[in-house]
Design a protein around this ligand. Sequence first.
Ligand SMILES: *Cc1c(COP(=O)(O)O)cnc(C)c1O
Length: 387
Amino acid sequence: MAEPVLPYGRQTIEDDDIAAVVEALKSDFLTTGPRVEAFETAFAETVGARHAVACANGTAALHLAMLALDVQPGEVVIAPSITFLATANCARYVGAEVVFADVDPDNGLMTPETLADALTRVGHRKLRAVLPVHLRGDAVNLPKLAELASGAGAVLVEDAPHALGTTMTFGNVAERVGDARHSAMATFSFHPVKTIATGEGGMVTTNDPALAERLRVMRSHGMVRPEGADPWWYEMPEPGFNYRLPDILCALGLSQLKKLPRFAARRRALAKAYEAALAPLAPVVRIATRPAWSDPVLHLMCVLIDFEAAGMTRRAVVEALREKGVGTQVHYIPVHRQPYYAERYGTLDLPGAEGWYDRCLSLPLYPGMADGDVGRVVEALRAVLGA
Ligand SMILES: *Cc1c(COP(=O)(O)O)cnc(C)c1O
């Protein structure tokens, strides 16, 4: 009989999480109730931002960020090619065009160099936003990217679903991902594989009260209630969406957020165990390189495998690992290669993205892994590669 397969990621839901949801279900509010604001307040405090706006999912968070900035059709947004589809798609939702930035082939991150190259491809169009992704959980070089973006008349919007809990040091200043010191906004997702889970769920953080207000308005149909108006009155200056996160899920989010220190410590410990166990597999297997300023809570345990040196295709490795009970995933297929974008923008030459994609494989990483699991995964990888 085949061994049960460890997934590359999964949620950790405990009895008190379930109790919190049950309590919400028995309360007066299923959707917009007191737990929404409580979750937002706790989240803002956790990441060190002034405002946090909860929403339906991480994709809605990105869409809301574009709406809050009032990005217009024909304007430009820069996104890295190594990311989930939604980072680029949010630009298209508002009619903006995507310029894909390349990434560092050894860690998958947008760099000042790859952003500078992308800026040369904006042309005479108006650049509004640059969307760096803290891929795997390691932070990008925010101050440098912000300087370049600002020099081009744009702001940063951090797509941060991988990096809840990650800290960084720029100069001597300790910062947290999501504190939005260098960006207009940062977006998060609470999809089950992310660091905390609400099923579907997302958040946008910002220090700008005007952006926070616009995020809230566009999250709920574009409705505003002018001060002093009749109690039933609302107005819609422009159409928004129903991107609310229900009270039931905010109850789960609040409960999960309390566990972030424990989840983060467990992820850090597992990542450390991986680093030690994988070291003997070099140079065929290497770990994604760590930027000097980043102290990550990793969402993904990405390794880079020289499949040619191993004499195996990635497919064969993935299938053999699965046989041994190890689930894996590829993060990500370069987005610029997706048929939609290839048709719209033609063939792009992004060697860093290709170099990352050719070698990357995400191994299981989540707080519920047993102590022996890391050794089991690495032993399976060693056996499969014949190393
Ligand atoms: C998960 C994720 C999203 C989308 O979040 P959903 O909640 O699934 O909509 C966007 N960007 C990145 C980098 C992600 O990892």
